[in-house]
Design a protein around this ligand. Structure first.
Ligand SMILES: [Zn+2]
Length: 202
């Protein structure tokens, strides 16, 4: 069974990365890899209905392929962050190429937030990302909605572990769409039952 909560020891090793939010009684919904033709509008509709503002970590190539959906995310008052241009994995990419991918995406958006694809980047890349003025945003609870062996019952059960300050990782990609759409409404209602509020990452 994959881990839903990121162990504290992992959080403490990488101190130049932000794992949690600091507002009291709040959690932070985040969606990676969008915008995406088949799911973004569904997601925006749900968030509007639930009166929730979230943070979308977008890929440059996706913004270029559906700019009107990226604009819709902004029009709905959500926060956006940089997730590289082409979903590069830090450990498999030179630092120069990695930073260039982030800069190429910066041309398409305005944000100081950065989330590394797969949560993977080298220490050197981490330092360089900080040097170009970005905060590295991780997560403390992972829905595993991209995992083909996962099921919605397990995700909903693990939502019981969500607590104050958590940054929650979901995906706005075609690959994750079935699980994300199946579990998100229920996960939101579990969080609301806990009397936690939803904020954007800042
Ligand atoms: Zn991603």
């Amino acid at each position: 069974m994959p881990l839903f909560r990121v162990p504290f020891i992992v959080q403490s090793i990488y101190r130049n990365r932000q794992w949690r939010g600091n507002k009291k009684d709040c959690v932070y919904l985040t969606f990676d890899d969008g915008p995406e033709e088949k799911t973004t509008l569904w997601l925006l509709e749900l968030l509007k209905k639930e009166d929730i503002k979230a943070t979308f970590f977008c890929l440059g190539k996706q913004i270029e392929s559906c700019p009107e959906l990226f604009q819709e995310i902004l029009n709905n008052g959500h926060a956006v962050g940089n997730h590289t241009y082409n979903h590069e994995k830090g450990s498999h990419t030179s630092s120069k190429k990695y930073i260039n991918s982030i800069k190429k995406t910066d041309v398409l958006m305005n944000s100081t937030l950065f989330r590394p694809p797969y949560g993977r980047l080298t220490r050197e890349q981490g330092k360089k990302v900080n040097m170009i003025g970005k905060k590295i945003i991780m997560w403390t609870w992972n829905a595993h909605d991209y995992d083909q062996n996962m099921n919605e019952e397990t995700i909903i059960k693990k939502a019981a572990l969500i607590k104050d300050g958590d940054i929650l990782l979901f995906h706005n990609s075609l690959k994750s769409s079935k699980l994300m759409m199946a579990c998100l409404p229920k996960v939101i209602s579990i969080i609301k039952e806990k009397n936690l509020l939803f904020k954007t990452v800042a």
